[in-house]
Design a protein around this ligand. Structure first.
Ligand code: ADQ
Length: 459
């Protein structure tokens, strides 16, 4: 086991002394424990002279945090452009939305070069570097070019693309070199691993052992590490905030179906709203009142493909509510802002069902949070898309094809009429699965694999 520090690189860096949010807290704990450095984007946009100044130390204790700023051009080309208008759609199987823009691709690579230069200044022999997500695909290659020989790991939070979609990316020829410059590529699911292996094999990599590859002179590994949540922390928050549902002023007997997502076309929201409308029109007992509470704060509003989805959702909400609402009942309630985590935990607990119906999703932590927040004596039911990474582990959920509103509508009916013993049995099984790979398991297992020196296989 290496004695060096842990250096975490992620797009955004938490600025508060005690950050919140599952992933951020897990990385915070790992850094606190072994000492280290976190490097990320401040979120500030500055003039080029200002950005060129490099890293700003924003905290020194219990570990060092450094941020870098982006210029306006970098924010547009690196973040809004290549990361979110090219890679995001490609990796979520939406090549129809993919933007091709050579300037954005250039800026993406330039930012990665600049960040590699900043890391090279702080790294010491023995340190291990852990890079997060699709913003930094070329980072290890840029580090290697600067002579950084440390262990460098990568974790991709979103799905690995289907190899058959890869030709839509003009920079696809660079991808094998980007990936093979890391020592360990962590992916969410087995399906992602199999896509990555297929792609790398088709592009000249030799598979030495399961998960161990060789490309040119480099050996590296690819494996799945399904991300989890802080299960006990979430249970505690849900219990403490069990009265959060009272704010909703539901009428007696009214059923609550929840949806919680960033407003993103990958989350299948229009299909979900249509399915809920279909459930209401066909429900066997018209006396049953169910409300869909959808919490969906906007994200990446400056990316073209995100503009239509908001409009589309407002139209469906208007249609369903227009047809179904009563004086004292609004079937779809759509909240477009962030809700405090603790309140969210309490709302989950009040939910009779939760719709997690993405068209593509790396993992989806909402599915795990909803399960953790339930009262085991009278739990709500998780309705889960086959296309969420979480589906590989959470097979005791009601599984649906999110493209089929009829099937999802039936699942809503089944969830809301499910006998207590079945709800309890499903919940117990789901709790087991989220405990097995919780967030501590994830950081520990990933870091153990990253630190393990690999003995070269073959020649
Ligand atoms: P996301 O696409 O952001 O994450 P998800 O995994 O569901 O998706 O995580 C969202 C987080 O934000 C959850 O913790 C949720 O509670 C919180 N959240 C969502 N809406 C909120 C709201 N209105 N108010 C407050 N909090 C809200 C990416 C990948 C996922 C992968 C994660 C982690 O796209 O597939 O699971 O990273 O690896």
């Amino acid at each position: 086991m290496s004695e060096g520090r842990l250096i975490v690189v992620s797009n955004r860096i938490p600025t508060e002394a005690a950050p919140s949010g599952g992933l951020v807290v897990a990385l915070h704990d790992a850094l606190k424990e072994r000492g280290g450095v976190w490097i990320g984007n401040s979120g500030k946009r500055v003039a080029p002279e200002e950005a060129a100044k490099g890293l700003t130390r924003i905290a020194a204790d219990p570990y060092e945090r450094y941020s870098f700023d982006l210029t306006e051009e970098e924010h547009d080309g690196f973040y809004l452009g290549y990361a979110n208008a090219t890679l995001w759609p490609l990796f979520h199987h939406r090549t129809d939305l993919l933007e091709v823009d050579p300037d954005q691709a250039r800026v993406y690579r330039e930012v990665n070069e600049r960040v590699a230069g900043l890391i090279a200044e702080v790294v010491r022999p023995g340190d291990v570097i852990w890079v997060h997500d699709y913003h930094f695909l070329p980072l290890a290659e840029a580090l290697r070019r600067r002579g950084v020989a440390n262990r460098v790991g990568y974790f991709l939070h979103i799905p690995f693309p289907n190899p058959s979609d890869m030709p839509a990316l003009p920079e696809r020829k660079l991808m094998p070199g980007w990936l093979s410059s890391f020592d360990l590529i962590g992916l969410q699911t087995k399906r992602d691993v199999s896509n990555a292996l297929d792609f790398l094999r088709d592009n000249g990599a030799e598979i030495l052992l399961r998960g161990r590859l060789k490309l040119d002179d480099r050996q590296f590994e690819v494996a799945s590490f399904p991300i989890g949540i802080d299960v006990d922390g979430f249970i505690e928050a849900a219990e403490k905030n069990a009265d959060a549902g009272e704010h909703l002023r539901l009428s007696p007997g009214e059923r609550l179906v929840l949806g919680v997502d960033r407003l993103d076309y990958s989350k299948g929201l229009p299909q979900r709203f249509a399915a809920f409308g279909e459930y209401l029109s066909h429900r066997p007992d018209p006396q049953v009142r169910a409300t869909l509470l959808q919490i969906a704060p906007p994200s990446r509003e400056n990316v073209e493909a995100y503009k239509d989805i908001r409009q589309e959702l407002e139209t469906i909400t208007g249609r369903v509510n227009g047809e179904m609402a009563e004086l004292d009942w609004t079937p779809i309630r759509y909240i477009r802002r962030n809700i405090e985590r603790d309140v969210l935990a309490g709302l989950y607990r009040r939910g009779d069902a939760c719709l997690v119906t993405p068209l593509a999703d790396g993992m989806n932590l909402v599915a795990k949070e909803f399960v953790a927040a339930q009262d085991g004596a009278d739990p709500g039911v998780l309705i889960l898309s086959h296309f969420a990474g979480a589906a590989e582990q959470m097979d005791a959920a009601l599984m649906v094809n999110p493209y089929d509103p009829g099937e999802t509508a039936k699942a809503i009916d089944q969830a809301l009429s499910m006998p207590l013993h079945e709800r309890q049995a499903r919940h117990l099984s789901l709790m087991q699965s989220i405990r097995e790979t919780d967030i501590d398991w994830w950081t520990r297992t990933y870091l153990a694999a990253l630190q393990k020196p690999i003995a070269p296989v073959g020649n």
